[in-house]
Write a protein that binds this ligand. Sequence first.
Ligand code: ADP
Ligand code: ASP
Ligand code: MG
Length: 803
Amino acid sequence: MSHSETHILKFGGSSLKNASLINQSANIVAGHMQKAHPIVVVSAIGGVTDTLIELTNLDQKTEHKSCRIINDLELRHRRIFDEVASVSHPNRGDLQDLFGRLRTTFDDKSLKSEHYQAWKDQILSIGERASALIFSAALSEQQIESTAHESSHFVKTDSTFGKARVQRDATRKLIRKFINQSQAVPVITGFIGSNEKQQITTLGRSGSDYSAGLIADALDADHLEIWTDVDGVLTADPRWVPDAESIEQLSFGDISELSAHGARVIHPKTIQPIQNKKTTVLVKNSYNPEHPGTLITSDFDTNGSLKTIAITGPFVRLQIDQKYAYDLFEKLNKWSADNPNTKPIEFRQQSEFEAVRFSLKQSFFEDIKEQLSAWAAKQNTLFNLDDNLYKVKKFSNQFNKGEQLSGRVISLLAKNNIQPLHTERNYDERFISFLLPEDEARRAAHLINNAISKTKPVIDLFIAGTGAVGKTLLNQLNKLKTTDIEFRLIGTCNSRNTLWNTDGINLDTTLNWDEAEQTNWDTLLDKLTKNQHRDLIFVDATGSEEVARLYPKLFANTIHVVTPSKLANTFEQSFFDKLQSLIQKHHSSFNYETTVGAGLPVISTIEELQSTGNKITEISGVVSGTMTYLFNQLEQDVPFSKAIADARKKGYAEPDPRDDLSGEDVARKFLTLARTLGIKIEREELQVESLIPKELKDVDGKTFLGKLSDYDSEWKQRIRSAQERNETLRYTGKLKDGNITIGIESVPQDSPLGQLKGTDNLIQIYSEFYNQTPLVIQGPGAGKEVTAAGVLSDILKTVEQLT
Ligand code: ADP
Ligand code: ASP
Ligand code: MG
């Protein structure tokens, strides 16, 4: 064989889990043979190292389990062997011998007691040695000549069992000697080496990647491929952030830094041996081999594209009175010195007067717990403990280029009410790190990942209410084309049923209510607040008081609300104040533009005028489309009772028209306007003229509609007398000097109010700048299409406020 290129192909345990994955891996090797000389490095079969560790942890009480564990392991390997290779292959006998050796070693009580770590490494080495035998036999099955090699023959290390340090020069020479490239395809065990006494050592968990790097260096490989179970290096650990995305390309420096800080997709030392070489490294997914994976090269200029999150932990945080801090610091150092694999301490003191804080690896803390308690008891002091803490670290090349980015990440967390216990940002490092309890860490990782991902951020939506507005909104959402964000409808409900789908409900098909559960607002709230991974907007299209009363809990959980319902803003003033303070405190947002004038930009206009320091002095006009319609009909001689019946038929009026005629709807709109301006006012303080005849206030709906015609002539009279003065009637409201008056007003026929048609609204805003002629907002103030469109634009506005 004389190929110009050398390719190292490393298969992780997850790529060797069963016969079909091993066969696929063997095919990959075959594929490389076309153009290169492949050299294979294998991990133990997935899960095997964990089982071997379990074996070494058995004590006197549990030792009887060892036989079963070893037998099961042997059986698992033999089964896989028989599926991928022929029973006559010589490696089958070697595999059997290997398990014989495992039993002998396990029973070697004197080695175990004299040098437990050496004994342990011998046991752990079985995993890689077994998988090399199997893989090599699988290649033979494909007519590829191959030899299995135990790397303990050429990877030389010191005697730090469990995490041995490699002697690079000796190792390089020996690899060159043993792995003769003109031979059959070598299949080499990862993870293991040997010390000067030829005792087997291991390189630390995930060490096979490092072995592959060492071999790539010694053989001057052109290419190193690492086959694992994810689409390359991702923007975050997928077990924490399922949305994490694959990164196309990275530099050697980037990946070394990422893995050193806990992005454990490859061993932190993998690149070290080849860092001055031109070897290309490719991380690929055995479960999705078509995916291009991540290409890592020495000189790639990441130029800002290194954007990743690593999560490490768990940690515990100890706080102690500073009197005792120095002594504790010394003790911790001493205890950790006995334990070379734990670098435990961060020493933090916020100010002279505060308790001193230490954070340590939880596993280390478990080891020293008793000593620590004994120490504290002796000092007659107590320490405060938080456990299950994780560090979320965000990496970016841009950190070197200024502070903006860290500010953005910090405020992103603040906006979502995540308060890190500790934030770390070193001057010249490329990351910022946050210490958080587990749940918060998960949420923070999601939020940051969303914010940094190259594709659009995802915003979750829940839509309550599937009446006219809710349904129209769903349609509009489905048609919405956004380029920079993606909405995911995680649920929708009406008063009876609730549909959930955390992956997003498909809006192309009609909703399948067969899969719904019964609506229960408490459980619903629970579900919304727990497992909240992204920004969530709750749309209340219900008009239900019970739902409006849920807002405080939503805001307290930083769930944003968009609603066309007037209720929440028009309960007692104290409720309104409570909402505002929760919104402030928890960085939630509340958009309710459609509560006044449907799709017209009334609320946003007054907010904008106010925020630019333009004091609003008066708001007046018609804010009820139903009333505009009613008086238009009266102008045209339509009897009062018929006009109301028609308004009901056309869907302009509420089913019980008294809800409109009472003026309640207009009152709530003006109350909302006033409170939005910061005026404190209760509903009872409004003067509202009702169009409902006193005698008909309390009768049932049917009697009410039946009796209405009794008032036709009175109304005919009222409109006529106005018309005789070239005027007409309108139902208007006025907010001025903190007072609200609502009722019938006679206005000139040729005035803007007099000219109103259809279901139009007309709102006039007087302010310090607009004190002669008001700023006028006019247009359709009702209808499900305009209202739903207004709600949608509030949703988009919320997103703008978030990102
Ligand atoms: P193998 O068996 O192939 O050696 P490992 O389990 O050692 O696989 O490493 C792959 C795992 O690393 C992934 O399944 C993933 O859970 C984890 N991981 C952590 N951080 C990252 C990251 N940033 N990108 C990709 N994978 C990551
Ligand atoms: N088998 C070892 C482990 O599970 C080494 C490796 O997989 O790289 O850690
Ligand atoms: Mg690994």
